[in-house]
Every structure is written in C-alpha cells, then in structure tokens.
Design a protein around this ligand. Sequence first.
Ligand SMILES: [Zn+2]
Length: 337
Amino acid sequence: MDIERGAIYCGELEDGAPVTIPYFIMRGTRKKPVLLLNAALHGEELNGIEVIMRLTEKIDPDHLHGTIVGVPVVNTLAFRARSRIDPIDGKDLNRVFPGKKDGTVTERVAYHFFHHLVKKATFGIDLHTGMKGHLLIPHPRVRVRKDFSPSIEYARALGTEIIFYHEGAQGMLTIEAGKMGVPVVCFEIGEAGRLDEYFIDAGIRGITNFMKYFGMLEGKPEIPDKQILLKDYKELVSRAGGLFYPKVSAGDVVKKNHLIGVIKSPITGEKHPLRAPQDCLIIGIRSQPVVRVGTSVAWLMTFEEGNLLPPLKNRKLRKKSSKTVSMTEEKGIKLTE
Ligand SMILES: [Zn+2]
C-alpha cells in the first residue's frame, strides 16, 4: 500500500466515544523531507480538507521525493459541530499549542497532534480560511512574536502574490512549531463553511509550488517575480445597521476614498457609503449582507515603504507576473523594495 492510514487516540467523551486524530502517510522514493499537511484546526474551514484529499489523489508516490503526512481534519469535534471550536470545550485549538497532556479535550488534541505529528515533520502547511462571512484571497500569514521572527522563504514558496507578515497570538501552531524548529506556514484560502473551486485550486497550486521549490516534486515552481509583503492590516467596520452591498471584490487594489460598499437600512432606506481610508489592497470582503453597527465588512492591507520583495534567488523558478503589481501600476500607486 502506498498510503498508510491511522488515528491517534487523544481521550474519551461523555459516552465513552474516543477522540482521535485521523491521519495518513504517503511514502515516496525517499524518507525526507517530511511535509505535514493539515486542515481544519478550525472545524468549519473546509477548503483545506478538500485540497488535501485531492492532492493525495493527484500525487503519484513514485514521483514523490519525501513523505507526506496528511491530517485533513485535526479538530474532529469542531468539525462535527460545524463550528470553529468545539462548543463544549470552548477552547480555540489554534491558541493552545503545544497543548496539555492532561488538559481539556481540545488541549489534549493539540498535545498529541504537536508531539506525534508536528515534531516529526521537516516543515508543514496549515490550511485555514476566513471565518463565516469573511472571504480571504489566497495568501500565507507569517506570524511573528517578540521572541520569534521566522523566515519568509517558506511562505514565498507557495507562489502567491501577497504575503502577510503580522504579529501572532500565543499558542498558534505556526508560532509554537516554528520556535521548536519546524517551519509551518499558515495558508488562508477563502471562507469558512463552503467548498469553493477557485480557492481549492489556489490551495493545490500553492502546495504543489512549495513541494517543487523544496524538491519533493519534479518541475519548476511558478512564483511571481514580484511578491508583495504586507504588514499593515485594517478592518473597515459598519457605521450603521442594515444590508451591506459591496462595491469591490477581494483582491482589488483601490485608491484612497474609493467606494468600498454601501450599507442600506431596510427600514428607512438610508444609505451609508464606506470609503477606503488609504490606498490599499482588499484582502477580504464580507460575503454575508446582514450587518449591524461595528460589524467588519472589509479587510484592507495598506501599501507602505518596502512592500516589494527582492526576487527569490538560487532556485529554478517559472516566473509569472503579478496581477496585484499591475493593478498598483495602473492606479499610479508606487511600490518600493
Ligand atoms: Zn482557521
């Protein structure tokens, strides 16, 4: 058998049912490197699950140089509940790494996942999406802390146009694994609660690029010659209640004062326009129209000095142009290295 399947026992529920982490191992022509692919640390984030399943169908172990350890659903309890977290436990799995051996069920899942699978990997890709109603364009998130500033090369190897570099929270998988010497890249693709072909495709492309970049698959990774590093993240919130009508799409580049969307009261018909506070990229947009005052409706990344990364060297790459960079040029927004 080319694929070995197993499950790690983490503990037991009210009725004696076991809590496990189901995984598989795909062995290639050699043992190393070991790539850990996981999805659904948050149980309602589905695109990544599909990405991992499709990759296992697509990749021929005879052409795989290394090992893939796949965990399509890490947080099975939250997955069953169609929820971000397990509603009984109440803990966010992606805030409790490296977990606790004798903790709550979620903390135990973190512990076993971390110690039995993450620690044994050379590197990993942790697939996420925006929350429900919060659609994010495909991009990696490099999370930093005061005592931890990881290399961005792993994130760049996915070949996305945008890389987000931002302060993370304690207990995030990428941070705790990185501190231990296992680089794990958080890859955002789309929106929770949905399977969407565009984002599934982007996920498969990103992981395939990563594997080519690190020699696990033959061929040249396709990476834009100009990748953009963004650090400044802003949420645009509604100033009124009603229905939100977006006037831009995720991925658009807009100038300051551009109309982002309109909130219309279903009671009075009154309209409240929302405009871009600065020149920015729309990294995410609200996909569910009902909002109240203070609801986030758009997620923006603003351009500053030094957003353009120098080209990646030392590897054979298949270069492609960046749509985001062309959009900034068309709008007269200057990006610098
Ligand atoms: Zn998530």
